[in-house]
Design a protein around this ligand. Structure first.
Ligand code: GLU
Length: 470
């Protein structure tokens, strides 16, 4: 039988990093074994589910390039099937009508609590056949009364739960709508899911789901419960800790490769290897290599991984992602250097693509002011002559390229008997507006010659003004 995994988000928010990691592990496991990966939208909670959230989840999956081979399936489209299975369970004596009211069930709980026993529904309608007329009822699953449920969890190892701990679960509400554990069981069965990979917040549901599957005579999948992700304070990762939405990481300037690589390592390891290409992840990933303990999210490490990919992926590819940020920051890149050239000169200088876009604005847009601090320091009267001389030499270049530009700067420094910095720094501020840039000759070569000359004139005007005011 072929292997099938699934990712089954409830569309009640964006795709967060915990969900993305679960999706990644499911996806990797299917890829590794040549199996199918299903996307299933668990949208039965009509009040909390939204189309915007379905879109956001799919956007996140697409951005990470985690493509599903089957689906998306929507649980709201499968209500007839759930009803059919509920009827099947009733017919086979595995489910029954329960007429206990909410108050009665609460009283049962209280009674158990008073006796120091586990709080649960007492099963009073379990074997009744005599039903009251026209009163509302729910359908409960007849959980086995004795014996154990044993889960051989691929991550957590053997988990044994006594049936005595489990009460008769509601599988249909009084309006007939199916509950979460029922829908998941029916779907996993119908969709041929062989491996359920999910967060360990669901581990308590698993024995219940196994019992229902057994009652239906359905094959049992393997389970892998992934420990949760913590924030740096050891508490469950949430918005308090910073960005948790996958698309926020895109907005903040991370590459999908970096986030995926970071997430695969967050809860799984292969020796001490940190960097994994997609192909390597697929080849080396295994559910049995996942940590049993929760992992803490570490932004510093994610930044490190992001820098690695910014520097090492093909600049043409990184440029496509940079283009998104340029657009996001209203920088029109139609005229100016190729974005891949920007990636080449800026890759070593940034942590994120957002930052790369921010510091590359001057390649595409003119500025009307110089950075105040840089101007104060470098556009002083002593810089007037070096700027004039270097401008003349730059203006005379017939081939506008880095070597010639370098020579022009060098010749200026030599002619004026100045250190390179005394020419270079004012020139840098003039051409870029600020005191930081990649190597000056390369930076100038990426700008049009006439633009550089005009910007030098602008800097000279600032110096003039300063002289006049002193
Ligand atoms: N819909 C559930 C959730 O978003 C996941 C159910 C499952 O993976 O079995 O938490």
């Amino acid at each position: 039988m072929s292997l099938t995994t699934r990712f089954a988000p409830s569309p009640t928010g964006y795709l967060h990093v915990g969900g993305a990691r679960t999706a990644l592990y499911s996806w990797l496991y299917a890829q590794k074994n040549g199996g199918d990966f299903i996307l299933r939208i668990e949208d039965t909670d009509l009040e909390r589910s939204t189309q915007a959230s379905v879109d956001a989840i799919m956007d996140g999956m697409n951005w990470l390039n985690l493509s599903w081979t089957k689906g998306p399936y929507f649980q709201t489209e499968r209500f007839d099937r759930y009803k059919e299975v509920i009827q099947q369970l009733i017919a086979s004596g595995n489910a029954y009508r329960c007429y206990s009211t909410a108050e009665e069930v609460e009283a049962m709980r209280e009674e158990a609590r008073a006796k120091g026993e586990k709080e649960k529904y007492n099963g009073m309608w379990r074997d009744k056949t005599d039903y009251p007329d026209s009163k509302p009822y729910v359908i409960r699953f007849k959980n086995p009364l004795d014996g154990n449920v044993v889960i051989n969890d691929l991550v957590k190892g053997e988990i044994v739960i006594s049936n005595e701990e489990l009460d008769d679960l509601i599988i249909a509400r009084s309006d007939g709508s199916p509950t979460y554990n029922l829908t998941v069981v029916v779907d996993d069965w119908d969709m041929g899911v062989t491996h359920v990979v999910r967060g360990d917040d669901h581990v308590n549901n698993t024995p219940r789901q196994i019992n229902i599957l057994k009652a239906l005579g359905a094959p049992l999948p393997e389970y892998a419960h992934i420990p949760m992700i913590l924030g740096d304070d050891g508490k469950r990762l949430s918005k308090r800790h910073g960005a948790v939405s996958v698309m926020q990481y895109r907005d903040d300037g991370y590459l999908p490769e970096a986030l995926l690589n970071y997430l695969v390592r967050l809860g799984w390891s292969h020796g001490d290897q940190e960097i994994f290409s997609r192909e390597e992840m697929i080849e080396l990933f295994d559910l049995t290599g996942c940590n049993r303990a929760p992992s803490a999210f570490n932004t510093e490490k994610l930044i490190w991984v992001n820098q690695h990919y910014i520097k090492s992926l093909d600049p043409e590819y990184v440029a496509k992602h940079l283009a998104w940020h340029m657009h996001d920051q209203n920088i029109d890149t139609d005229n100016g250097p190729a974005l891949s050239d920007i990636v080449k000169v800026q890759a070593d200088r940034v942590k994120t693509l957002k930052e790369m876009a921010e510091i590359s604005r001057y390649f595409y847009q003119d500025f009307t002011e110089f950075d105040a601090k840089a101007a104060k320091k470098h556009l002083r009267p002593v810089a007037e002559q070096p700027l004039q001389v270097v401008k003349e030499k730059l203006a005379g270049l017939t081939e506008w390229q880095a070597d010639n530009i370098h020579k022009a700067i060098n010749d200026t420094a030599e002619a004026l008997e100045l250190g390179m910095g005394k020419v270079g720094m004012p020139l840098r501020v003039a051409a870029t507006g600020a005191g930081n840039s990649p190597s000056l000759d390369i930076t100038l070569a990426l700008l049009p010659q006439d633009k550089v000359l005009a910007r030098i004139d602008m800097a000279l005007a600032v110096i003039e003004e300063r002289k006049a005011n002193s």
